[in-house]
Design a protein around this ligand. Structure first.
Ligand code: HEC
Length: 118
């Protein structure tokens, strides 16, 4: 194989990898957007805040739980109303999870001037 043919192959592989990575990122974003809508529709925000920051109940974003643990919490909670598969499908729950994972960590308190002036 000539050097130029090798280079072409390499470029093609890089391009394909890039296309597949950006397709993944887009799918993830779409799922997170749908998840935000579901988080509001299913009233999660009432207890966990609009951004999952907590309020009446625990902070849930960004969630540190692996997906299986998250599902267990939502399907078999202690005090929280249980969201069964009849109420909320597995796909919908996966989207809510993607949404909560997509929310960035808040900045440390030291980096928020108003809180340091207290
Ligand atoms: C009526 C209030 C209420 C609603 C609505 C609600 N939750 Fe909760 N949630 C709670 C309370 C209270 C807890 C903590 C106690 C427990 O485990 O039941 C909790 C705990 C959780 C936890 C575990 C957090 C932790 O670290 O302990 C997750 C994850 C969670 N909720 C997700 C959701 C999702 C997703 C929805 C919407 C589909 C939702 N919750 C709707 C009240 C609520």
């Amino acid at each position: 194989m000539t050097i130029s043919a090798r280079l072409d192959r390499c470029l093609l592989a890089t391009c394909l990898a890039f296309i597949s990575l950006s397709a993944d990122a887009e799918r993830h974003d779409q799922s997170a957007d749908a998840g935000q809508e579901l988080f509001l529709r299913y009233q999660c925000w009432q207890c966990h805040g609009y951004e999952g920051q907590g309020g009446g109940a625990a902070r849930v974003a960004p969630t540190q739980y692996p997906y299986e643990a998250f599902v267990r919490f939502v399907r078999y909670p202690n005090i929280m109303p249980a969201y069964t598969t009849e109420l909320l499908s597995d796909d919908e729950l996966r989207s809510i999870y993607e949404y909560l994972r997509s929310i960035p960590e808040p900045p440390p308190i030291e980096d928020i001037p108003a809180l340091n002036d207290l």
